[in-house]
Design a protein around this ligand. Structure first.
Ligand code: CA
Length: 230
């Protein structure tokens, strides 16, 4: 299976032979690869050349790979596949702690690398899809924290957003007030569970104002359910 040609992969590797072998293999696999030889170059490329994956060698001159990983993570959730020369538990933990998604120990075969590239991208795409909840024309993007109904943006307060997200993550299920409180208000909660009813009312009104069908149903003696009315 060939990847889409626009799938960009940033390769950060100071060894020129390994770097060009990786770039060639990625190109052959249908990816668009760019090579950076050090940390500063990697950070610059990551900001001006949006890629879908970073293949990052840990042993780099000047800024090491762990630090590059950490700095990338400050602004980006881009999947990072780390290459490490030492297969020690400590190295793996350091890489994963710094925000890497997966790692591959040198020496590796190019087939192995490509399999790992595909699986890392696949997992990242699934994760991204999990961040977008859609139901009956209502679209919630959990990462961007936006909601729209049929393309019309709906402005919600942070609490309204959290409540809607919680309900949309459990479509069709009757959620008790207790579980809503626990899921949305957590510990910083004062007052009775009727605060939920108040927020439900705000949410319903905003959804209604934007033309959405009534999607938040009252479940008598229990709480609320996110579903189409029958
Ligand atoms: Ca190296």
């Amino acid at each position: 299976m060939r990847a889409n040609h626009s799938t960009r992969v940033l390769v950060v590797e100071d060894d020129p032979d390994i770097a060009s072998a990786l770039a060639l293999e990625l190109d052959h696999g249908g990816y668009e690869a760019r090579i950076e030889r050090d940390g500063p170059g990697a950070l610059l490329s990551a900001s001006e050349w949006p890629a879908e994956l970073v293949v990052l060698d840990l042993g780099l001159p000047s800024i090491d790979g762990i630090e590059v990983c950490r700095r990338l993570r400050r602004h980006s959730s881009i999947p990072i596949l780390v290459l490490t020369a030492r297969d020690t538990v400590e190295d793996r933990v350091r890489g994963l702690d710094a925000g890497a998604d997966d790692y591959l120990t040198k020496p590796f075969s190019l087939d192995e690398l490509m399999a790992r590239v595909r699986s890392t991208l696949r997992r990242a795409r699934l994760r991204e899809e999990g961040e977008r909840l859609e139901y009956a024309g209502l679209l919630l993007d959990a990462r961007a924290r936006t909601v729209d109904y049929q393309g019309r943006s709906i402005e919600l307060t942070p609490r309204e957003f959290d409540l809607l997200e919680f309900l949309m993550r459990h479509p069709g299920q009757a959620m008790s007030r207790d579980s809503i409180l626990a899921g949305v208000w957590e510990h910083d909660f004062l007052g009775g569970s009727n605060v939920i009813d108040v927020y439900i009312r705000y949410l319903r009104r905003k959804l209604h104002e934007h033309g959405a069908p009534p999607l938040i149903q009252t479940v008598r003696a229990v709480g609320y359910a996110f579903r189409d009315s029958e």
